[in-house]
Design a protein around this ligand. Structure first.
Ligand SMILES: [Zn+2]
Length: 465
């Protein structure tokens, strides 16, 4: 077996050498970068005497041939995968294998997982960048499966875009477990009645100048625990110590310990958490990020507006950001802050100005935690409606959901428009005969009933009282 592998390797090495000989004739002596289907590969340092060639073996399967024989010491290959457009890659599922099929260690920044580097030895090498096999996801349904009507078009039922049939979801996030979150931010949010997400680093020790000291979180442990018990806010996983990881084992510890600490604080909530690996950190791993996202049920937060005053003109930028989300697209408005107060990342006045902007639009907004909004979004895409039967006085609606209710437990809002001659009193009953709370309101001049359902398959009978 060993011999067969060796001879196969020898043949492929010979082929590779021939290939490089041909490639060397076609390519310039030294190249600092190559691009193919939106994928960018370059050496670091950029002037390294390395020739690189790229070949797409299949969709999401890239072969990189690199000749490092002229290098005096190992260099690195910087790879950037496209995350939008027709050639985009599911970057959380990506791994790299060497010519022998072994996983290669990648080095990623904590924010921007589509960029990473691998070590380039002082020889000829071949790598394959590919999507690792993933577990099947919950079934998703097209948008038209969530809009149903009866044959006579008396009723129209849909799953509201966001909970409470609001136009947009707003998630305010506060990173790094800074003491100002306890002293300033939480009392302020309390006055407005808003829910936010606190991305905490619950590791109890931090290393400063080689000696271990209690972390900012540990110094205020009682107050963080009290905030969790208060239940107003959601906590997100910002890793145990905000320092990245030098190995798979360390990455597992950094994500796993933080997840377990949050699970302990919220024993009655689903284990699905938002995850942000932290700006300015580096992560070395051979595994796809998906491995960690599945082991510690979590999703990566992307597309959030940075609110540090240093970025400039934050209040006006936030106002436009919120308006864009209210007017169209997905309608999920995210903004994140660090410390708040005098001489800190965001001034108290600017946070207050942001909250005033929110207050002016709060009837149109679902102001909630990141995991709440993420769950709603995924549950909604994984659910469909069927009108089982309908008469002039009642109708029944089947809701099918394919998400795992142990993780996805955010109620979905169903909206049903009612015939004009209905009296305002409406009764909604589930299959087990339990009456559901419902609200009759008006949308575009028409009476509609709104009611929340658990994201599981069930049938609801809606009748005029
Ligand atoms: Zn951070």
């Amino acid at each position: 077996m060993m011999d067969a592998n060796h001879s196969r390797l020898a043949i492929s090495c010979t082929l590779l050498r021939c290939w490089f000989a041909v490639a060397a004739l076609l390519a310039p002596d030294c190249c600092s970068g190559e691009e193919l289907a939106g994928i960018r590969v370059r050496t670091e340092p950029t002037a390294s005497p390395v020739s690189i060639s790229l070949k797409l073996l299949a969709r999401h399967r890239l072969q990189i041939n690199a000749d490092g024989r002229s290098l005096e010491s190992p260099a690195r290959l910087q790879i950037e995968l496209p995350i939008s457009g027709a050639d985009s890659w599911p970057v959380f599922d990506v791994e790299v294998r060497d010519a022998g099929g072994q996983p290669v260690e990648r080095r990623h920044p904590g924010v921007g997982w589509e960029r990473f580097s691998i070590e380039l030895p002082t020889r000829m090498c071949r790598f394959v960048v590919q999507v690792a096999p993933t577990k099947p996801r919950e079934k998703r349904f097209p948008e038209q499966d969530r809009k149903v009507t009866d044959a006579e078009q008396r009723y129209q039922a849909t799953v509201a875009r966001w909970q409470g049939d609001r136009d947009a979801a707003l998630c305010l996030r506060f990173d790094d477990a800074h003491p100002s979150h306890l002293a300033t931010v939480m009392p302020m949010l309390e006055r407005y009645g808003y829910r936010a997400t606190f991305m905490i680093n619950p590791g109890l020790e931090s290393t400063a100048r080689g000696s271990k000291v209690a972390s900012a979180y540990a110094r205020h442990l009682d107050r963080w625990e009290a905030a969790a018990r208060g239940g107003r806010h959601e906590f997100g996983n910002h890793t145990s110590h905000h320092r990245g990881a030098a190995s798979d084992e360390e990455m597992d510890r950094e994500i796993g310990e933080a997840a377990r600490a949050i699970w302990r604080l919220f024993p009655d909530r689903s284990k699905l958490l938002s995850l942000n690996l932290g700006g300015g950190t580096w992560w070395r791993t051979r595994r796809p990020l998906r491995y960690y996202l599945e082991r510690y049920p979590s999703f990566v937060v992307t597309g959030s507006l940075g609110m540090d005053d240093a970025y400039g003109d934050r209040v006006a930028v936030f106002r436009r950001h919120l308006q864009r989300n209210l007017e169209g697209g997905l309608g999920w408005c995210k903004a994140h802050f660090h410390s708040v107060g005098d001489d800190l990342a965001t001034s108290e006045a600017n946070l207050r100005a942001v909250l005033e902007i929110v207050r002016a639009q709060e009837d149109r907004l679902w102001i909630t935690g990141l995991a709440d909004a993420y769950k709603y979004l995924v549950e909604r895409q994984s659910c469909r409606l069927e009108m089982v039967d309908a008469t002039d006085h009642e109708m029944s609606l089947r809701v099918t959901c394919t998400t795992d209710p142990r993780l996805f437990d955010q109620p979905l809002t169903i909206r049903v428009s009612l015939p004009v001659d209905w009296r305002q009193a409406v009764r909604v009953v589930d299959r087990a005969g339990r009456e559901r709370e419902s609200t009759v309101t008006r949308r575009d001049g028409q009476a509609v009933v709104l009611f929340d359902v658990r994201p599981v398959t069930d049938t609801y009978r809606i009748s005029s009282k």
